[in-house]
Design a protein. Structure first.
Lengths: 787, 205, 426
């Protein structure tokens, strides 16, 4: 008998009898999971479906018989795959298995402290629960218990209470097998065996929080949640992560209107059961003390003052009505909000001047997105079946950590080949055993063509490709030449949704080209209007230029940090002279110069969805139900109403429904006109070409106030090659000064494998914010000297 | 003395995969520093390209790796059942009193450290005492005291089955790192009990 | 005629027995020469025919183990010699390697040829400095003489104090540079052992027995021993006997016979209990003096032949103290991987301590036995099982003595009486 799990792969089924019931499961299924299919719960601790079987805790012992031959002793059901003619007797039908399980449970509890009343795990503890279901009713081990000093900080984010640990090794196996970060290990031996770090190196893994989540007891706890709540006081809401485009399924736990913790959700096709520490532990920004609570309007004296909603909406409407206005949304708004901005621009502002890309961008990127990305779907599954994955302008662990985990799984389990066209070696590339195709910053384009891919290959290209002229063009040509699939992986959670929603100057919702009359008719008809603006809209930088040059009068800005844009000083100046409506959650450089500031709901206060890099919808509900704050789309709808240009999107649900009804464009895609690559700058002496990207944990505004999390940031370093290090007389750890006419960054050097012409510094880390300090981008020439 | 990278590389070369060298490298660190220092762990981590935690996980698993200094002469008294019963317990207790140190202790002069050890595969020579993992067979309370006294004076007696002199803890650690000290030919080939069966068979018994 | 059959030990009484000169003087390295000229399968067959079984304790047929190695698989194969002799009471491989390391090296050459391995690793425990010197020097001399280095390499790997590394998969993890904790099986080492390659793990004495089999033939070897336990082996007699030592004899000899040859239990005392093959094998008493010491005989009598480590204890020995100490050993040596062994030994020691001190209760005895029942066969590897053997067997034979501790309120024995230097102490 066979079944099809995946259209291509037939799976052999094996039938076994467990406690008298037959069950058919795919070949290779472990007994413990075959039993689950029947609803038979075999107790377990070390077993985890995503970790290799280890059989260490011995809690899941059952009696097994194959072809009439019984094993002489009970077997660990978490280590044995089902076989034909297998008969399994669990604790439900075998007194031997039942006694074995109770015996193991007694031994696990023997040295376990009776501190459940003060333990964070109490109430949701597998040990507590299974001790009730599969333990002895009374205790008889009355000697002295093992004690340890408690707790120890294994990082600023994670604490370890060793005496609670049952040594299931889930945490150490996760760190080694899933994250490839074996910074925690089992130490010592026998009854003194314990989880630990090496004393001088803390558990600085981007994925450390997963160990807290999979710990079956209260041994590992998160510093930010420890002693904060009892599980039964929390209200849990399924949610999606807003931090990056990986698209993690999440669970948000709220008590009395306040998020207390977030957990990785379970979605086998996306994040499996993992997430990164930023997604787990960066949420205090939502409850920041400086959250905008009321609308503000700039008065006749030029001062921003508190205003009522009707006043503020009226001010916004009159400032925008019949003006030459544009929209910049930033990359963090939901798909529903992005659709609101998209429709608002076209109907209320009568323009295609809209861009979701509040960062370094290029026109080439926009053309690439419309020609090769919008409406397409390359998925995590494609990585699972790829013969080769090429990383282009993309550092997976820093920029989309779940993509890194998926790559890592494929590298570990099946030896997936990974190549990276990059300026420098990275920790992730090292862990992925990636082929390192080393280029000078700016020379990426030519190197890409040298890759030899097949139709089974996948190209993961990051948004940073926009920083190297011609790179998107060669990616497109590599894909067409080889048949490889392209996946575009932006850093921010909202960008893909905004692209599909048409929050960009060359596309209407659903990937409809602005320049295609039929596409315009499509949308105009759906929106019940006569026509849509016909001219391709401006990009973010063109909008700023136009505001500067008085070619535009006004701009609506949703969730943009001006410092994410190149030359932020110039951006602020441009905004100062324009009419600015800012939709924001906290005061920022933009709200400071805005004419109308409208507070909006943060992620936990609204429902909505993101499209992750795959284009897969990641929906979430309101976690905090009684918030007074409204989603951007609702506010845009009110402004539009006040302008007399209704967009009819009063709710998130309405926005979602309307957007989904539009469907994807099935007409011709826009043609992509390749852009020629550039010769990188040639440098000499102390000159170097800057290369830079953001680290996962950095000065990002959504990580504000997360001191524990900040403690696990990777150190700020300037990476230079051994050759350069020698020429400027510096070794790792010594201070190096990276400067240009605008300013300087002085941080410790790290001598590593990087192109000799390049210097790498983190883009937005403590003491290294390149856009602010240097006003420089990837490919610019800087000077590197010993400090 | 500091860690010699050439020696470390020569140890690594013994194995098809470098990580296998972690144990001899830890012995080597002890041969240089007298115990497993942090510098040793960090150096091994670097040279084998594995995390420090992975090195310390191994270093803390095995009893012979010491995370704090031991004496120049590390004395182990077998107190596993057979040796214990036949006098090991008495010897160990007498040595603790005599040296004024506890299990895992070191004399203030740093000369002698004491540890009760498990069966050392010399049961036919019980009770057995090991010094720097050399055999001192058929010990008594008196002979063991004499051994540690002489060791503190810097002239310990030669092992019963071992080279002509007792090497220091660091020197022994180098042997355990697989480094040749040229002493293999010294000492007897076998003690009386080892030869007893052969002798009796020759006597026709 | 003597019942003893010195083969391995035949030349140990020559002062230079450990040198390559002495070894070749007695025909050393002719067996490997002969074997290398044979078809590898013929060598395996010869070892199978000889009936040689693993001398490390389990008694698995050596030739059959070799035959499990897949052939023509284009993979590296490895031979790993288990010289991590650590089972309490066991003291045969250590003197063998000190007196004649070359026989092991020659055995390695033959075994490597048979299983098509190019490399052998000898994993020796780290607590025997001089044995390490001798084996290392022997390897160096074998290279110099050209016995090694011509297609077969032998590398010495030195342990660092962990009884569990005598378990073959823990040994392999240790050899690969990890904590020595047992691996999940399957895959078995024959399929995925060292570096996940087909690997044979054999005890020192097993491999050292091979050259003589090649030289003298399978029939010669078969002619010794019993029906299913062929050949001769080293019996290690220790404890309360007049003359402890190594006795090489055909399998199936009895303790009574060995004691007769050796000169009996300590004068003026009588046998109380003994281990047939180390502390992990259930205890025997004077009722087992005539049990044939072969795999089947010992097993039929309720214990295991193990490593043939005959630890003899006379009537001055408190069995509770003896068992407590062994249990402390297992607690110290438990690797920590699985719950029953790691946690179980922690509690066994505490309960036994109370019993030995006379502060326990009769109910503690039942608790002890029930805990043993929850450890035996529930642990990840045999270490946990071994930890229960002395306890359950001692309670079986000496329950009254346990009770006497309780009624006495203290241990009724004078530990001085069982020491070797009892006279001197008095």
């Amino acid at each position: 008998m066979t079944t099809t799990q995946d259209s291509a792969v037939a799976v052999e089924l094996i039938t076994v009898v467990i406690d008298g019931f037959e069950v058919s499961v795919p070949k290779g299924t472990l007994i413990i999971r075959a039993a689950e299919k029947l609803g038979i719960q075999i107790p377990r601790f070390c077993d985890h479906p995503l970790l290799d079987p280890v059989g260490a805790c011995r809690q899941c012992l059952v009696d097994v018989e194959i072809n009439g031959r019984a094993f002489p002793k009970p077997q660990a059901s978490c280590t044995i795959p089902v076989e034909p003619n297998m008969i399994v007797k669990t604790q439900l039908t075998s007194p031997v298995a039942d006694k074995a399980q109770k015996g193991v449970m007694e031994l696990l509890l023997g040295n376990h402290p009776l501190d459940c009343p003060v333990c964070d795990k109490g109430g949701e503890c597998p040990l507590q629960n299974q001790a009730m279901s599969n333990g002895r009713p009374d205790a008889r081990l009355d000697g002295y218990k093992r004690t340890f000093e408690k707790p120890i900080n294994i990082s600023s984010s994670v604490l370890l209470d060793r005496e609670r640990c049952v040594l299931c090794a889930r945490c150490t196996r996760f760190s080694e097998q899933i994250a490839s970060d074996p910074f925690i290990t089992l130490n010592e031996r026998g009854a003194l065996q314990q989880v630990g770090i090496y004393e001088n190196d803390p558990f600085k893994s981007y994925f450390s929080g997963n160990t807290v989540q999979i710990c079956p007891v209260g041994a590992l706890t998160g510093a930010s949640y420890r002693f904060r709540a009892r599980p039964f006081d929390l209200v849990s809401t399924p949610s999606a992560c807003e931090h990056c485009a990986s698209g993690c399924d999440m669970r948000t736990d709220v008590r009395r209107g306040k998020t207390l913790r977030r957990l990785a959700g379970d979605d086998a096709s996306v994040n499996e059961e993992w997430n990164c520490d930023k997604g787990r532990w960066a949420f205090k920004y939502v409850t920041a003390v400086d959250r905008l609570a009321h609308p503000q309007v700039r008065n006749a004296e030029g001062v921003l003052v508190q205003a009522s909603w009707p006043e503020a909406l009226a001010a916004a409407a009159s400032g925008l009505k019949s003006k030459r206005a544009a929209v910049i949304t930033g990359g963090r708004v939901t798909t529903e909000d992005a659709y609101g901005y998209s429709k608002f621009a076209r109907i209320a502002l009568k323009t295609n001047d809209i861009d979701f890309r509040a960062r370094v961008t290029s026109d080439e990127e926009r053309d690439f997105l419309s020609a090769h990305v919008v409406g397409t779907s390359t998925t995590y599954r494609d990585i699972d079946v790829a013969d080769h994955v090429a990383l282009i302008a993309f550092e997976p662990e820093e920029e989309s950590p779940i993509v890194f985990l998926r790559l890592n799984r494929n590298v570990k389990k099946r030896g997936l080949k990974v190549s990276a066209v990059a300026t420098k070696q990275s920790i992730a590339m090292d862990k992925l055993k990636a082929e390192f195709i080393k280029v000078a910053p700016g020379a990426e384009s030519a190197a890409v063509l040298a890759l030899s891919l097949t139709p089974k290959s996948v190209i993961l290209v990051g948004e940073r490709a926009s920083e190297s002229a011609g790179l998107f063009s060669t990616v497109a040509s590599l894909a067409s030449k080889s048949g490889a699939k392209i996946a575009y992986i932006p850093r921010r959670a909202g960008e893909r949704g905004a692209l599909e929603a048409g929050a960009i100057g060359n596309l209407l919702p659903g990937g409809r080209p602005v320049t295609d009359a039929a596409a315009r008719v499509d949308i105009a008809a759906a929106w019940g209007i006569d026509s849509l603006p016909t001219q391709t809209g401006r990009t973010t930088s063109q909008i700023i230029e136009a505001l500067s040059a008085n070619e535009l009068d006004a701009v609506v800005i949703g969730g943009v940090d001006a410092h994410d844009l190149p030359d932020s000083g110039r951006v602020i100046e441009a905004l100062k002279k324009s009419f600015v409506v800012s939709l924001e959650i906290v005061p920022s450089a933009v709200t400071a110069v805005a004419d109308v500031v409208l507070p909006v709901a943060a992620i936990t206060e609204k429902s909505g969805s993101f499209l992750n890099w795959e284009g897969r919808a990641r929906a979430f509900d309101e976690a905090v139900v009684d918030s007074q704050n409204r989603s951007d789309v609702r506010i845009l709808s009110m402004i539009a109403d006040a302008m007399g240009e209704s967009i009819m999107l009063g709710t998130v649900t309405a926005s979602a429904r309307e957007f989904n009804q539009l469907g994807n464009w099935d007409g011709a895609r826009t043609q992509f006109t390749p852009v020629a690559g550039q010769t990188p700058h040639s440098v000499s002496g102390n000159e170097a070409i800057l290369t830079s990207w953001r680290r996962l944990l950095d000065m990002g505004s959504l990580q504000k106030g997360e001191d524990n999390l900040a403690g696990t940031r990777r150190p700020t370093v300037a990476v230079i090659s051994p050759k350069r290090a020698e020429s400027i007389g510096i070794t790792t750890g010594q201070q190096v000064r990276v400067s240009n006419a605008h300013g300087a960054i002085t941080i410790p050097a790290l001598v590593e494998d990087i192109h000799d012409d390049a210097v790498w510094v983190p883009r937005n880390s403590f003491a290294s914010q390149t856009l602010i300090a240097l006003n420089a981008v990837h490919g610019d020439v800087v000077t590197v000297v010993k400090a | 003395m500091s860690l010699n990278h050439e020696v470390m590389q020569s140890i690594i070369k013994r194995y098809p995969r470098s990580r296998s060298a972690i144990m001899p490298l830890l012995h080597y660190v002890q041969s240089v520093s007298g115990y497993v220092t942090n510098e040793g762990i960090e150096t091994i981590s670097k040279i084998l390209d594995i995390e420090t935690a992975e090195v310390s996980a191994v270093a803390t698993f095995y009893t012979q790796y010491k995370r704090k200094p031991v004496g120049e002469y590390h004395v182990g008294v077998c107190t596993n059942t057979l040796c214990a019963v036949m006098g090991g317990d008495a010897i160990f207790s007498a040595l603790k009193d005599h040296l004024g140190i506890e299990n895992d202790g070191v004399t203030p002069d740093g000369k002698v450290s004491l540890e009760h050890i498990e069966c050392n595969a010399a049961c036919d020579y019980a009770p057995v005492v090991m010094a720097n993992w050399e055999f001192y067979d058929n010990q008594t309370v008196e002979s063991a005291k004499a051994l540690v006294d002489a060791a503190r004076q810097g002239n310990p007696p030669a092992p019963t089955r071992g080279p002509n002199r007792l090497v220091t803890y660091k020197e022994a650690s180098a042997v355990l790192a697989g480094l040749d000290d040229g002493l293999a030919r010294e000492g007897i080939q076998a003690g009386g009990p080892t030869l007893l069966g052969l002798k009796l068979s020759k006597e026709g018994k | 005629m003597s019942k003893l059959t010195p083969v391995l030990s035949a030349h140990w009484d020559e002062k230079d027995s450990f040198t390559i000169e002495a070894y070749t003087r007695h025909g050393g390295y002719t067996a490997s020469k002969k074997a290398l000229a044979m078809d590898p399968d013929a060598v395996i067959q010869m070892v199978k025919d000889s009936g040689l079984r693993g001398r490390g304790g389990a008694g698995f047929p050596t030739g059959m183990k070799w035959g499990f190695i897949p052939q023509g698989d284009d993979k590296d194969h490895y031979l790993v010699v288990n010289a991590d002799e650590s089972e309490p009471g066991t003291c045969k491989d250590t003197p063998l390697l000190m007196a004649n390391p070359h026989v092991l090296i020659e055995g390695c050459i033959i075994a490597c040829h048979a299983i098509r391995a190019k490399s052998a690793f000898i994993y020796i425990r780290g607590e025997v400095t001089h044995v390490v010197r001798r084996v290392n020097a022997a390897i160096a001399d074998a290279y110099k003489a050209g016995h090694l280095g011509n297609g077969i390499d032998v590398t010495l790997h030195i342990g660092a104090g962990a009884y569990i590394c005598g378990e073959e998969t823990a040994l392999l993890d240790s050899l690969e540079g990890f904590r020595g904790q047992p691996r999940l099986r399957p895959p078995f080492p024959a399929i995925a052992g060292l570096y996940a390659r087909p690997t044979v793990v054999n005890n020192v004495e097993s491999i050292a027995s091979v050259p003589a089999i090649i030289s003298n033939g399978a029939e010669w070897y078969q002619s010794m021993g019993t029906e299913k336990s062929k050949g001769a082996t080293l019996y290690s007699l220790s404890g309360h006997v007049n003359n402890p030592g190594q006795f090489e004899a055909p399998l199936g000899i009895t303790l009574r016979e060995i004691l007769e040859i050796a000169g009996g239990v300590r004068d003026g005392h009588k046998l109380k209990f003994w281990t047939p093959g180390g502390s992990s094998t259930p205890l025997f008493t004077d009722a087992h003096l005539d049990t044939p010491l072969d795999y089947e005989g010992v097993s039929a009598a309720g214990s295991m032949l193990g490593t043939k480590a005959l630890q003899i204890f006379d009537e001055t020995t408190c069995v509770v103290r003896a068992v407590l100490r062994w249990t402390e050993f297992y607690k110290h040596e438990s690797c920590g991987k699985c719950t029953p062994c790691r946690e179980g030994t922690w509690w066994l020691v505490q309960i036994l301590r109370d019993l030995e001190n006379g502060t326990g209760t009769e109910a503690d005895l039942e608790k002890l036995l029930d805990l043993c029942d929850n450890i035996m066969g529930r642990s990840f590897c045999a270490l946990g099982d071994g930890a229960t053997s002395p306890i359950t067997s001692s309670i079986k034979y000496f329950r009254d003595e346990y009770i006497a501790h309780l009624t006495n309120g203290a241990c009724p024995f004078d530990p001085v009486q069982s020491t070797l230097f009892v006279g001197a102490v008095k």
